[in-house]
Design a protein around this ligand. Sequence first.
Ligand SMILES: Nc1ncnc2c1ncn2[C@@H]1O[C@H](COP(=O)(O)OP(=O)(O)O)[C@@H](O)[C@H]1O
Ligand SMILES: [Mg+2]
Length: 265
Amino acid sequence: MKKMQQVLDVRQLTMDFGGLRALDSIDLTVSQGEIAALIGPNGAGKTTFFNCITGVYEPTGGTMSAHPPGKAPVVLNRLKPNVITEHGLARTFQNIRLFQNMTVLENVMVARHCRTRSGIFGAVLRDAGTRREEQEMVDFSYRLLEDVGLEKHVNDLARELPYGAQRRLEIARALATEPFLLLLDEPAAGMNPRETRELDALITRIRDEKGVSILLIEHDMKLVMSISQSIFVMDYGRLIAQGSPREVAENPNVIKAYLGETFDA
Ligand SMILES: Nc1ncnc2c1ncn2[C@@H]1O[C@H](COP(=O)(O)OP(=O)(O)O)[C@@H](O)[C@H]1O
Ligand SMILES: [Mg+2]
């Protein structure tokens, strides 16, 4: 089988917080069009990994490069978060970060701004080009909200949405930046079983219909095992296993790290 092109290539990533090594020489790659998962017990370093590749933290060591399909590769080290977003990596947060007092539609439109041309001068002058761009932005944002099943809530305030819907709004906001790689930090956290099943379908549909590659941090093993092609397991900042869902579930290191938890996949 031909090796898929890699969209994310992280080598020997290390992150120290004072005396604590939160990431210890992590190698991780994501192939184009794949759903990959990063799992591990609380405090393993999963969110820190996302924070390094999205420019929130400057890692202590290692290289991180992105390969946007059809474009030149980009070294992510030392780039600012907004620049990394412009290069096509988008993320959601473990703790929901929405503009709670803006409408659902406004939340997506704000995120969309990184892909529009008429900046502050356009907004002041309100020329024809700016107005056209604004209308396109509304249409684009509305379609994204349809994609995530929130079209009935476009004019609701973000804070009025049930929890599961807020998580889907976060995903719509991330998609508004037109990423080639979507990073989801515990998207099913706090969801009920029905919401989790819908999320499972949504993530798969994003990959299939938009061709977006996905790297997912998730605790819900059932969700991880059912939708991922490749799984990376971390414990105490180290990568302790990687492979297909089956390989990982059978790996003795993984079973030991998760002692007491069940993989009812
Ligand atoms: N900004 C920070 N300063 C100091 N320690 C941190 C910081 N962020 C994370 N850590 C520590 O790094 C380790 C990994 O945390 P985290 O990446 O949030 O784990 P996970 O997402 O896997 O639960 C934890 O011990 C955490 O306390
Ligand atoms: Mg975390």
